[in-house]
Design a protein. Structure first.
Length: 283
């Protein structure tokens, strides 16, 4: 690949396609001398240079180029490493000149690779990197935690932008509606800008999205249980409405305790409508 330092300094990772970055991550697994500071030959610049040249050739043969033109794998490595330090390792990364924990001399690009791989997989982009952090027993544990990105997690259900659309008062139809999360197709993947992979705050957003999905699944499960009890614990038809409400309180209200507090009243109305629709209309 063409060596052009000035051009690489102007290049941003968002100008390089997802496929090219994924292929490059694949190659890095084959050439640990480039990134693993724990290897005895890590400081052997000759071997390291040969590794970069080999990756250059493999990338060229595979036809991976960026929108701004060809760029060497050594330059691409530098771009990703700098972005990693800025967006992901800000709170944890220490330069090799610092003193302190073993992480200083064992930065091992594995953390950056894990960062890329997990984001690509978890965001349903399905860009296969071929990298499995669990497959390498000696490097399976990241050296840094995600605690800094979990601090401000809040109740996900309260963050739905349009709660009434997701959970309409017409509970009988909502209960049967799937709240599945759409997955990006392969054709959509190629159009996704790489800049989103490295955008600040993506991990917080992913955590909130996962929390929303978990809460929605739990909510659907709770409502399905309540709905099924309509057949197993049917309320007698020939009773007045207050008696229906009392029966409801006895049989079902306690099950709502598992739901978020701010949604209990709304869900209670929905479930009442779903369970006692016939009774309410007859009285």
């Amino acid at each position: 690949m063409v060596e052009n330092i000035k051009k690489s300094e102007r290049l941003a990772l968002d100008e390089i396609g997802d496929a090219a970055i994924s292929a490059f991550i694949d190659l890095l697994q084959k050439y640990p001398i480039v990134w693993d500071k724990t290897l005895p030959d890590y400081k052997n610049n000759i071997k390291k240079g040969l590794a970069f040249k080999a990756m250059d050739e493999e990338m060229r043969v595979a036809g991976h180029t960026s929108a701004a033109g060809l760029i060497s794998t050594s330059q691409l490595y530098g771009l990703i490493k700098r972005r990693y330090k800025r967006e992901w390792g800000r709170a944890y990364y220490h330069s090799s000149g610092s003193s302190g924990s073993s992480n200083v001399n064992k930065w091992a690009f594995l953390d950056a690779l894990s960062f890329l791989h997990n984001h690509v997989e978890d965001s349903s982009r399905r860009v296969q990197t071929g990298f499995n952090p669990q497959a390498q027993s000696d490097l399976s544990e990241p050296s840094r935690t995600n605690e800094a990105y979990v601090q401000d997690n809040t109740n996900a259900l309260s963050e739905f932008e349009d709660y009434d659309v997701l959970y309409s008062p017409m509970a009988s139809s909502v209960v049967s509606t799937s709240l599945s999360i759409p997955v990006a197709s392969t054709s959509q993947v190629s159009s996704v800008a790489t800049t989103d992979i490295f955008s600040p705050g993506w991990r917080k957003r992913k955590l909130r999205e996962e929390e929303k999905r978990s809460q929605a699944a739990e909510l659907r499960s709770q409502i399905e249980v309540l709905k099924s009890m309509k057949e197993t614990c049917a309320v007698p038809q020939l009773i007045n409405l207050p008696s229906i409400n009392q029966k409801y309180v006895e049989l079902w209200a306690s099950r709502l305790d598992a739901l978020p507090r701010q949604s209990q009243a709304r869900i209670r109305l929905m479930v009442e409508h779903a369970l006692f629709e016939e009774n309410i209309h007859t009285h």
